[in-house]
Design a protein around this ligand. Structure first.
Ligand code: HSE
Length: 436
């Protein structure tokens, strides 16, 4: 049988890794797919740049439109990232009847509804396993492996760069900026690394996971997003003292009131497996009503782990190419006409527990004032530590863990605490989940 011809757009970290894996494992891949898969053309912004892959035998161009308009190309692999141009290229490829594989989470999170509708009209596949959690086959696990379940919630460490930074800060006391520079050099970080550290990349991935878990439209604009830039070593240490670890999590929960979609630093009990996921590794916990909690772990970024997911999608495309489009796995796990627009809860209605740290004057009644404010908002304290004042200082750190409350009550309580004359600066607040 004729080889399947692939056109790759983007020959950076993931593109280079994909070419390498396809070449190195060509025989094994052909045995699985039933046909050879060959990269016949590739587009890169700069053809003179040094590459991690051997491009021998690949027709190179700087014009990606030559690839999406080439009648000889069966599958377009979009690995360039970004929104507008990637959207145009993918939609053109679909219009030309080509299947698409992409690692572009921003593209799927923002334009996926439109892209999948176009793909369904043309009867082509758009696969995106590499868009979430790098090499972990989490899309396949949720979309196919758990399809007998009603998914109740999921929570994941879904940004490798952020986890790498938090791990190095905790274990080696390294500086934030220094670790971020290393993550960039290793090819983990996004082109704009604020996407990693401000939680936007994790928000894109959570949007995709929630959609395939609950059968809801992709809606990145409704994700509550907070990054890791305000995490201090002090909070990392106090959390450890209380038996918790701080991880940057994406959380989606299907509640009776609506769906929670949120990305933020989170204290989790250090006995949980996911609390021990370090470095660039990702992990996603998915809880189904039938199966209970399940955990998926692996490298969340990097050339070959991400290529592993891209190539698996290519194999799936080749296997299903000749099948009736009606009988393929739906793009978003649920059939397009069965996607339900469940309400997404506004940030203020999210319910969670909290870690609070504040600096207060060391004098009688201060703690009583703080606890009275919390009680006034019906917030119950679970644990409390007051640190002795440092030498020559008159202020103390007070650290509290609360029980479940709403974000709205907590916002109001924090505003009142910060207004106390005896409290200095802002109250540090980190959400806490037991993930039980
Ligand atoms: N910048 C992303 C991360 C790459 O660090 O997880 C993988 O999506």
């Amino acid at each position: 049988m004729k080889p399947v011809k692939v056109g790759v757009i983007g020959l950076g970290t993931v593109g280079g890794g994909t070419v390498n894996v396809l070449k190195r494992n060509a025989q094994e891949i052909a045995r699985r797919a039933g046909r050879e898969i060959v990269v016949s053309r590739a587009a890169a912004r700069n053809l003179d740049q040094p590459r991690i892959c051997d491009t021998h035998g690949i027709d190179l161009t700087t014009d990606p439109f030559l690839i999406v308009n080439d009648p000889d190309i069966d599958v377009v692999v979009e690995l360039m990232g970004g929104y507008a141009l990637a959207r145009e290229l993918v939609l053109t490829a679909i219009e030309n009847g080509k299947h698409v594989v992409t690692a572009n989470k921003a593209l799927i999170a923002l334009h996926g509804n439109e892209i999948f509708a176009a793909a369904s009209r043309k009867g082509v596949m758009v696969l995106f396993e590499a868009a979430v959690a790098g090499g972990i086959p989490i899309i396949k696990a949720i979309r196919e492996g758990l399809s007998g379940n009603r998914i109740k919630w999921l929570a994941g460490i879904i940004n490798g760069t952020g986890n790498f930074i938090l791990t190095e800060m905790r274990d080696k006391g390294r500086d934030f900026a220094d670790v971020l520079a290393e993550a960039q050099a290793l090819g983990y970080a996004e082109a704009d690394p604020t996407f990693d550290v401000e939680g936007i990349d994790a928000g894109h991935k959570l949007t995709i996971l929630a959609s395939i878990a609950f059968g809801i439209p992709l809606q990145f604009d409704k994700v509550f997003t907070e990054g890791i830039t305000r995490i201090t070593r002090l909070d990392v240490e106090y959390a450890e003292e209380l038996g918790y670890r701080i991880k940057h999590l994406g959380i989606a929960r299907n509640t009776e009131q609506g769906v929670e979609l949120r990305v933020h630093p989170t204290l989790i009990p250090n006995r949980r497996l996911i609390a021990n996921v370090n470095g660039v590794m990702n992990a996603v916990l998915v809880c189904g009503d039938a199966v209970g909690p399940t955990l998926y772990y692996g490298a969340g970024a990097g050339a070959e782990p991400t290529a592993s997911a891209v190539v698996a999608d290519l194999v799936d495309v080749v296997r299903a190419m000749t099948s009736d489009p009606e009988n393929r796995v739906p793009h978003l796990a649920f059939h397009a006409d069965a996607i339900v627009d469940l309400p997404i809860l506004p940030a203020e209605e999210i319910r969670t527990a909290y870690y609070l740290r504040l600096t207060a004057e060391d004098k009688p009644g201060v703690l009583a004032d703080v606890t009275r404010i919390l009680a006034g908002h019906n917030i119950s304290i679970e644990a409390l530590i007051q640190k002795e004042p440092l030498k020559d200082q008159t202020s103390v750190s007070i650290i509290m863990l609360t029980q479940l409350t709403s974000e709205k009550e907590m916002n109001a309580a924090i505003a009142e605490i910060e207004a106390l004359a005896t409290v200095t600066g802002q109250v540090a607040r980190i959400r806490l989940e037991t993930l039980g």
